[in-house]
Design a protein around this ligand. Structure first.
Ligand SMILES: [Zn+2]
Length: 341
């Protein structure tokens, strides 16, 4: 049986098309997941427009933000059965004996391969998933929302695990994409006062961020950063996809503050990092997520503390992937969600 899949087939810009692919054959520790919904990620767009900075195993089915029902289980899979409602983590291939994996930080195993670039992803009807990647989804969370567990986990790792936030801290998030808005929402859950910064073209996305109790700012955030005592914000979360924003972050952060960088920007810097030294600032990277983070995020979604509905701009058939990608690429919607056929 063949199903339509959104395939990224070559490194050249625009090399994405619908192809009919065979149902995957699963191994004994895998499940076959029937995809209900799959979110479009900024990284899917980067592979489509060919401005990504990670190796891609062409041709590959895109999509790593997904959930659905278990359709088959491998012979050695325990604790899961056909029909279970699940979401899947993204680290499809890891080396369990890597020292990072052995600490539970398999997201930082350098040999890790993820869905949608290293192995076939979920923008199709069936995807092969190792059982260790699965998490149960409560019935109260529909799959259109559950498929966003992944970007929420990126935000949780950046804000809760990798940033030192205290209630009352003033936090500035740079970039109102999905990750930026979710980082802002997480910082609010941590009890921070939060501003989110974008450009004039981001007005619509900034208004969505306002629904999470953040102050939207177009352009210069200096006044907000200095409002409390004139020294700057406690923490800057850089969720923009351009290197230059690090310069803005260094300007806005207070002495002894922190900058957490979660947005990728392949461009070389072209400016001095001396303000980091002079201000005694911590510059922290944040990448991906692991099992305990997913459990916390699913808890937040199930309890209603984290509502992702405001960021979902629409649900499209995988056959209409191009429209869904375009709308997100242009910033018309924050997050596009696909449904397999
Ligand atoms: Zn993603």
């Amino acid at each position: 049986m063949k199903s339509a899949a959104v395939v990224n087939y070559a490194p050249e810009r625009g090399s994405v098309e619908i192809r009919e692919i065979e149902k995957p054959i699963i191994g004994e520790e895998d499940v076959l997941l029937e995809v209900a919904n799959v979110g479009v990620c900024g990284s899917d767009l980067h592979q489509w427009t060919s401005d990504h900075s990670w190796p891609v195993n062409y041709p590959v089915v895109l999509g790593h933000e997904f959930g659905g029902h278990i359709a088959e289980t491998g012979s050695r899979v325990k604790g899961w059965k056909e029909g279970d409602r699940v979401v899947s983590e993204t680290a499809a291939v890891i080396d369990p004996s890597n020292p990072m994996s052995r600490q539970g930080l398999y997201n930082l195993d350098p040999t890790r391969k993820g869905f949608g670039y290293g192995v076939n992803g979920a923008m199709t009807r069936f995807v092969k998933v190792p059982a260790r990647c699965l998490h149960k989804v409560p019935d109260v969370v529909p799959f259109e929302e559950a498929c966003l567990t992944e970007p929420c986990s990126v935000a949780y790792n950046a804000v809760v695990m990798n940033s030192r936030l205290k209630p009352g801290d003033r936090v500035i998030v740079l970039g109102p994409g999905t990750i930026g808005i979710l980082c802002a929402a997480m910082a609010r859950l941590c009890g921070a006062q939060v501003a989110i910064v974008g450009l004039e073209a981001d007005r619509h996305r900034l208004e969505i961020a306002r629904q999470y109790g953040c102050e939207p700012i177009i352009g210069d955030a200096t006044a907000w950063a200095r409002q409390a005592d004139g020294l700057g914000a406690d923490c800057i979360i850089d969720a923009a996809g351009a290197s230059i924003t690090l310069k803005i972050a260094m300007d806005l952060v207070r002495p002894n503050g922190q900058i957490t960088k979660v947005g990728w920007g392949p461009q070389p810097l072209g400016f001095s990092l001396d303000p980091l030294v002079q201000k005694n600032v911590t510059l922290q990277g944040s990448f991906s997520h692991n099992w305990p983070i997913w459990e916390k995020v699913i808890g937040l979604m199930g309890s209603g503390q984290l509502d992702v509905k405001p960021i979902i701009g629409g649900v499209w058939s995988v056959l209409d992937w191009h429209e869904a990608f375009e709308k997100m690429h242009s910033g018309e919607v924050v997050k596009s969600v696909l449904k397999p056929v």
